[in-house]
Write a protein that binds this ligand. Structure first.
Ligand SMILES: Cc1cc2nc3c(=O)[nH]c(=O)nc-3n(C[C@H](O)[C@H](O)[C@H](O)COP(=O)(O)OP(=O)(O)OC[C@H]3O[C@@H](n4cnc5c(N)ncnc54)[C@H](O)[C@@H]3O)c2cc1C
Length: 388
């Protein structure tokens, strides 16, 4: 499978696989239990170039394609689906948003530091009114003298401890027009209040937090893209990220399958090998078949994306189907571990918990199915239906 990968893509996949086995796997259970990713791991990830992988070479990255980013996300997720989730934000979503919207000066200011791991950039859209319910979002940017002011509250921001957060918000232009913009907010500004969530079901150690913005001073060069449209006009970054995110779901389920195969091969039940029980061997085969299908779906679309030829709503097909399938696979595989899978000591139930978190992050599955339905029924691969 994936025999069409070129040498660069294969080399990056092999590098990520080796990094995951050597550096991520030994810390994965600790990250989940302690809800903290060690700084040393982040530094090592930066050193091997993971954060700058999908950033262009002009801005300190290695300019790899999305297929490569997905391969890396999948490999890292096999060891730690949580760490892989946070990685996709910094490797794909945030830098690509800046590349699509920013001026040369803004890109030079933000991207090399992001690629080197020195300044994490987070991405924040979700609000209490519903993450995708943009029309009801209340966080707003308004003109204030020769600058601007930002007020509002955002939820569920991955890496809420980042140095910079890209805030999608309602905007009021100087001419009175309203829109939805993208603001790069330095988190050390007065008025920023970060409230971390603790004891999450999954994606532990990714510093998820809600963030309040209380009368934050914003300058013109903090605004990325057009003040009235920047919040919408970086769609390719979102599309790339849903594919990279689907790759983490795939890696999550593959990691669980790999560990379950090892367990089943060792476990004896009723005086014989557990694998001889017919339902067990069927479930393993079924899980494998689903992941093979998911991998074919994902990489065909990542390749099409890189060629500028991905069909409408196919990112949502990948995100929703692979995400939901990964959760189903992980839940079924966990069953094979019996009581030992429920107990903390085996360290595998995190895969099912992380798989569920992945059905929510980067858009709930149902939101993506709504996009697919709009494409099928109205020919519009977005949440917004045509009028009439
Ligand atoms: C671990 C984690 C990390 C996250 N990281 C980020 C981040 O970095 N930045 C960020 O902005 N957000 C982030 N999110 C937020 C995430 O995108 C939202 O939780 C998700 O989109 C669902 O939105 P909501 O929580 O507001 O639920 P709601 O919008 O209240 O939706 C509740 C449920 O309604 C259903 N539903 C929602 N919309 C539709 C629809 N259009 N059609 C049909 N059914 C629908 C779904 O079943 C959904 O689960 C993260 C979430 C999690 C869990």
């Amino acid at each position: 499978m994936l025999d069409w990968l070129n040498d660069d893509q294969r080399a990056l996949r092999d590098m990520a696989q080796a990094f995951a086995v050597k550096e991520v796997e030994p810390l994965a259970v600790q990250i989940d239990r302690e809800e903290h990713t060690p700084d040393a791991l982040i530094a090592k990830a930066a050193e091997v170039g993971l954060f700058g992988l999908y950033t262009s070479a002009d801005y300190g990255g290695s300019g790899a394609d999305l297929v490569s980013a997905c391969l890396v996300s999948e490999e890292i997720a096999k060891a730690s689906p949580a760490f892989a989730g946070a990685l996709t934000v910094q490797m794909v979503l945030s830098p690509r948003t800046v590349e699509l919207l920013g001026t040369a000066e803004q890109k030079q200011r933000l991207l090399p530091a992001s690629a080197s791991g020195e300044r994490v950039i987070a991405y924040s859209q979700s609000e209490p009114a519903g993450a995708a319910n943009v029309a009801s979002h209340l966080t707003k940017l308004t003109p204030d003298g020769n600058g601007w002011r930002l007020d509002g509250a955002k939820l569920y921001c991955t890496q809420a401890n980042a140095k910079v957060v890209l805030v999608m918000c309602k905007t009021h232009g100087r001419d009175g027009k309203e829109g939805y913009g993208c603001i790069a907010v330095d988190m050390d500004r007065a008025g920023v209040e970060i409230l971390p969530y603790e004891h999450k079901l999954g994606w532990r150690g990714t510093n998820t937090g809600s963030i309040n913005y209380n009368n934050i001073r914003i300058e013109d060069d903090d605004i990325l893209g057009d003040v009235l449209t920047g919040g919408f006009s970086h769609r390719p970054a979102n599309h790339a990220n849903v594919l990279a995110h689907a790759a983490t779901s795939l890696g999550c389920a593959q990691g669980m399958l790999d560990k379950t195969l090892d367990y089943v091969k060792e476990r004896r039940l009723y005086g014989r090998d557990m694998a001889e029980l017919q339902p067990i061997s069927y479930w393993l085969a079924e899980a494998h078949a689903k992941l093979v299908a998911g991998r074919a779906l994902l990489y065909a679309n990542a390749r099409a994306f890189d060629a500028g030829a991905m069909e409408p709503a196919m990112g949502s097909v990948c995100k929703a189907w692979i995400g939901d399938t990964a959760f189903e696979v992980c839940a079924k595989l966990l069953q094979m571990w019996g009581g030992s899978g429920i107990m903390d000591a085996t360290g595998v139930n995190r895969y099912m918990r992380d798989a569920k978190a992945k059905c929510m992050a980067e858009g709930a599955s149902e939101m993506h199915y709504a996009i697919i339905a709009n494409q099928l029924l109205h020919g519009v691969g977005s949440l917004v239906r045509p009028a009439g």
